[in-house]
Design a protein around this ligand. Structure first.
Ligand code: PMT
Length: 318
């Protein structure tokens, strides 16, 4: 007999029917309203806009979730990229996993040093430790000068992510080529639909637990075809075997028909990526170990190159 918490379906679920069978997140309507008013506020600016997705999705094992399956993504790529897009004048919607890294604030969280390590008490007043003054000032200036162009939305589970992605895509889609999608989140390929999940905490009394998970349909297909067909779409491809990287990136481009895949390997992703398109040889971007150690982000190069290509894409459309 199958233990509780096991998904029984084996078929691949159609992306269009996914939403009929899974629960929307609590922040769906609020996000709709926030995105709509963000777009309205900046309507006259004609700035390019990017949706950056960031961090890993969780896959709950119980509806009243005690346990879940997660992945490694800390949101470094997404948060560093959001900073770069802001520095280039973009409006940024940052859809990120709750408690993962956020633009600008990332320098003061999830590190060996926490915020309090940058501060000192000076005659009863809290001030910045002079050793960090230049760094804090520079980060704060960048943050304050772009805060108004940044809208942050959180997700936790795979299902939250997919509902929010669809909602935001539909709101952004009317902007056509002016909008870029930068899909850096590490999205789970397997899940347990809510109706097959244990309602309550899976009990350990019955011994080993065997899980069978359904394959998550690829949401790039409806995104490119239906939700935002005129936008500039950048997906990511993560592999651990270099031999698979380029063929799989090319395959995704053929299959979904979007503009670019940023391909990366788990162990070298912080200093090397490949920009893959349908018709050209891959363009390799990499930074040296010295630059990496000195705190330079490869996202500076990735975003600069993508913004350049996005500009060309917009001008073809003009
Ligand atoms: O956060 P960091 O620690 O900095 O790590 C950054 C990163 C390695 C997570 C990032 O650079 C990256 O590669 N993100 C994509 C990882 C991933 O999901 O790769 P994939 O090969 O499983 O999926 C490829 C694409 O299909 C992704 O753009 C994803 O949005 C999309 N997808 C995935 C699953 C799914 N069900 N539907 C999808 O459309």
């Amino acid at each position: 007999m199958e233990p509780a918490g096991v998904a029984l379906e084996r078929k691949i679920i159609d992306p269009d029917t996914y939403f009929d069978h899974n629960r929307p997140p609590a922040n769906l309507q609020r996000t709709h309203d926030q995105v709509a008013s963000f777009l309205e506020k900046h309507k006259a600016s004609s700035r390019p806009i990017v949706l950056v997705t960031s961090g890993g999705t969780t896959v709950p094992l119980e509806n009243n979730t005690v346990r879940f399956v997660d992945n490694f993504s800390a949101g470094t790529r997404g948060s560093a990229s959001a900073e770069q897009f802001l520095s280039l004048g973009y409006l940024v919607i940052f859809l990120y996993r709750e408690n993962s890294l956020q633009p600008f604030n990332r320098h003061y969280t999830h590190n060996q040093k926490g915020l309090l390590d940058y501060l000192q008490l000076d005659n009863g007043n809290v001030t910045v430790d002079p050793a960090y003054m230049e760094q804090v000032k520079s980060d704060l200036l960048k943050y304050l000068s772009s805060k108004d162009r940044l809208l942050q939305v959180t997700f936790t589970t795979l299902s939250d992510y997919l509902f929010l992605l669809r909602e935001i895509s539909r709101l952004v889609a009317p902007l056509g080529s002016q909008a870029m999608f930068y899909l850096a989140a590490a999205v789970s390929d397997f899940f347990i639909p809510s109706h097959s999940m244990a309602e309550h905490k899976i009990q350990s009394g019955s011994g080993d637990l065997t899980l069978r998970m359904n394959q998550v349909p690829k949401f790039l297909r409806p995104l490119v075809k239906n939700w935002a067909p005129l936008c500039f779409i950048v997906s990511f491809k993560l592999e651990t075997d270099v031999k698979l990287l380029e063929p799989k990136a090319k395959h995704a481009l053929e299959k979904y028909g979007h503009q670019i895949v940023v391909a990366n390997l788990l162990n070298t992703r912080k200093w090397q990526v490949w920009l893959v398109t349908r018709d050209q040889d891959p363009c390799v971007l990499q930074i040296s170990k010295e630059d990496l150690d000195a705190g330079r982000d490869i996202e500076q190069d990735i975003v600069a190159e993508l913004a350049r290509r996005h500009k060309e894409f917009m001008s073809r459309d003009a």
